[in-house]
Ligand binder design. Structure first.
Ligand code: G6P
Length: 467
């Protein structure tokens, strides 16, 4: 049943545009986030009757919901902490993320046991909470766009509750090929595909992921994708925002201190930089990136003391032991390189782990080379952002397994992310690229990277759904 202030456009995602923290004095502090959906929704304007349905993620969020604190246009769901932990950590991040990014060490994992079945029930309950909230809030014939692997069951559940709605779903991750997807228990694989096919239209970041989804449906669902339409929307970087934000005073300040930290080569010229910025995420391949850099220093001694690897690896999903272990491994390998190659005047790897957006932009600005080598990635926006922001134009070393490869391969130096020797050689090629060629390539990379800005990306999906 539609409520009185029923919404015309609804977005649903696990992580919403705002989060809350309880301060020591008990007051609540709101923090606003960014990203493609935030720009997309602001593009349709404040009067469009849009509502963003998201989950409470922390104690602060749950407290805000209980106190009735909120932002206009946002409905945060009070999902019990244990249900959310099972759905988000247990199913979404430990199973679905692993399947789509093909991250399992299959001799030992996954094993789908009774504990997993209990977590799956939470995942269903969590999806049901979203479907009910959307059904309650939507105006007659409204459009709902549901985001990502956390919410694969929502389209089907919502369709059953509100057949009048136009329902879209967008996947921000890769999609697994059938031979990998079928590691899931048969009933769960079927539930996910049927849940998604409850949508009128499904969006993916690249043709490769859309084709994999279609192949899974052909393999495991009678009638394949049936009447559900499938589209590709390759989210691009937000050039206007990035160019403006990266020249604000806090970024310029951090640029100066990074330059000091990096220092100069023996001949007095600034050291070259290889920059990477990631969440500390298993799929980002940070450890092999460090090994490739080490191999570069070992096999191309001419770069010693003349290059610095600026690596920002920001905390992510630290509730999961495997992410904590991976974070420790990143730090261990970086420290080992510094021990083995560093001198009193040169730190080969500058690793920062506290999230600082302004410092990330500063690193983008001074990057000579951007290293983006994920083993598998839905898109990878860093690959698109660095060429836009870099002051002198950077060379891009890019994994062929990143979604961004579909649009950027031509002007990047592309690598097999498992091949450390090849990646080291690619870093050498990138560092050696003549400045003119580098600037030309960066210009073309930036043009390709900004072809579909976030606002357009979102509006295109709405238009397609309403067509
Ligand atoms: C990926 C997912 C998003 C997710 C983001 C950050 O991009 O596709 O849905 O929000 O990672 O991960 P987190 O688990 O911190 O929300």
């Amino acid at each position: 049943m539609a409520s009185t202030q029923a919404a015309q456009v609804l977005v649903a995602s696990n992580r919403g545009p705002v989060s809350y923290q309880v301060a020591e004095d008990g007051s609540l502090h709101a923090r606003r986030g960014g990203g493609g959906l935030v720009s997309g929704l602001s593009a349709i304007g404040p009067d469009a009757g849009a509502l963003w349905v998201c989950s409470s993620l922390s104690d602060g969020d749950r407290e805000a919901v209980r106190r009735g604190v909120g932002e206009p246009g946002v409905r945060m769901l009070d999902i019990p902490a244990d249900v959310h932990a099972d759905a988000y950590n247990g199913v979404a991040n430990s199973v679905l993320w692993f399947v789509h990014h093909m991250l399992y060490q299959t001799p030992l994992e996954p094993s789908f046991d009774a504990e997993f079945r209990a977590q799956w029930e939470s995942y269903e309950a969590y999806n049901r909470a979203f479907a009910s909230a959307l059904a309650e809030e939507a105006a007659d014939g409204a459009t709902a766009v549901i985001q990502d692997y956390h919410l694969t069951l929502v389209p089907g559940m919502l369709r059953a509750l509100r057949p009048d709605l136009r329902i879209g779903h967008f996947s921000h991750t890769p999609w697994a090929p059938p031979d990998y997807f079928r590691v899931l228990p048969d009933d769960i694989a079927a539930a996910i595909l049927h849940g998604m096919l409850g949508a009128d239209r499904l969006g993916f970041l690249t043709h490769r992921w859309a084709d994999a989804f279609r192949a899974c449906c052909e393999a495991f669902v009678d009638g394949g994708v049936g009447g559900t339409r499938i589209g590709v929307h390759g989210l691009g970087a937000d050039a206007d925002f990035l160019r403006q934000r990266s020249h604000e005073p806090d970024v310029t300040e951090r640029l100066a201190s990074l330059r000091t930290e990096i220092g100069a080569s023996p001949d007095g010229t600034p050291r070259r930089t290889i920059v990477r910025v990631d969440r500390t995420e298993l799929s980002k391949n940070i450890v092999r990136g460090l090994h490739a850099y080490r191999h570069l220093l070992a096999t191309r001694p001419e770069w010693r003391d003349r290059v610095t690897h600026v690596a920002f690896a920001y905390p992510s999903r630290q509730d999961l032991a495997v992410y904590r272990d991976y974070t420790a491994e990143v730090q261990r390998v970086a420290a080992q390189i510094n021990d083995d190659y560093g001198t009193s005047a040169w730190t080969p790897v500058i690793l920062h782990v506290e999230d600082d957006f302004a410092r990330s932009l500063a690193a983008y600005r001074l990057a000579d080379v951007a290293l983006v080598n994920p083993i598998r990635d839905g898109m990878n926006l860093v690959a698109k952002e660095v060429p836009v922001v870099s002051d002198e134009g950077c060379a891009l070393v890019l994994s062929r397994e990143a979604g961004a490869y579909e649009e950027l391969a031509e002007d990047a130096i592309t690598v097999n992310p498992y091949d450390i020797t090849q990646t080291a050689e690619a870093l050498h090629t990138a560092l050696s690229m003549p400045p003119g060629e580098r600037a030309e390539r960066a210009k073309r990379l930036a043009a390709a990277a900004t072809a579909l800005p976030p606002a357009r990306w979102f509006l295109d999906q709405l238009n397609e759904l309403e067509a």
